[in-house]
Write a protein that binds this ligand. Structure first.
Ligand SMILES: [Zn+2]
Length: 243
């Protein structure tokens, strides 16, 4: 398939390159490409080194995968939209489609602009992989004292405004966890008791599950959780209903 190489339909060529190619003739041009005599990628604005077919590694992979060459991919930096004191960083999936965005303070743009950011499985914003992985919120806060962690106050890891980040001790942050996926209720701290056919409210604290009672109404069970959350976790809790 790759041997049937033709210029991709959305191939973007600089005027200069086009003239050069026309001047040399297609046959000679392709020979030169094979010999890697033409050193920079054919795509407009891309000065990367050619690896194959006159394209750099990034654009070659993109072409091979059938992704339009002018589309955003994971190799491109994020688009940043500045709205006064806030900046939106657009996040993309592996196919280059926009999937979400994160908000930061405009004053922090210089900290983050030279990296490529993506969404992790847990909805955090990170850059790099393995031991080079950097989380956006950690980069913004900078130094994190030992035993401390960063907490997103509103529970949304995409809100990375400084006003939404605070340092907490590790156990406090655990209590701010989002709803678990394996509960059978839409509320936090509530699950369906199959045997008794009632809604069971519980709260987890220090690896122990504390039973808060069973309720006919799912909402009442959720309210019982909220009450216990306030008692045990105070402002670090995430109640089901706004107070
Ligand atoms: Zn390129």
């Amino acid at each position: 398939m790759i041997d049937d190489y033709k210029f991709p339909p959305d191939y973007l060529e600089t005027e200069q390159t086009r003239k050069l190619r026309e001047g040399l003739g297609e046959e000679l041009w392709q020979k030169l490409e094979k010999l890697e005599m033409i050193k920079t990628c054919k795509i407009i604005g891309c000065n990367n080194k050619i690896i194959a077919r006159g394209l750099c590694g990034k654009h070659y992979e993109r072409w091979r995968s059938g992704i339009p060459l002018n589309k955003h991919t994971r190799w491109d930096k994020n688009e940043i939209i500045i709205e006064n004191s806030r900046a939106k960083i657009i996040l993309y999936n592996l196919c280059g489609n926009e999937v979400n965005f994160t908000i930061i303070d405009t004053k922090n743009i210089n900290l983050i602009k030279n990296r490529k950011w993506c969404l992790t499985h847990h909805n955090y914003v990170a850059s790099g992989t393995g031991k080079h992985k950097v989380y956006l919120h950690r980069l913004i806060i900078g130094h994190i004292p030992q035993g401390k962690e960063i907490d997103h106050i509103d529970g949304n890891p995409l809100n990375n405004l400084e006003s939404n980040l605070r340092l907490v001790i590790h156990s406090q942050n655990m209590k701010n966890q989002k709803m678990r996926k394996n509960t059978s209720s839409k509320y936090k701290g509530v699950s369906w008791d199959k045997e008794r056919k009632k809604w069971q409210a519980y709260i987890g604290s220090n690896n122990k599950k504390l039973n808060l009672g069973r309720f006919d109404s799912e909402k009442n069970a959720a309210l019982a959780y909220d009450k216990a959350s306030m008692k045990y976790f105070g402002n670090f809790g995430k109640p089901n209903f706004a107070v």
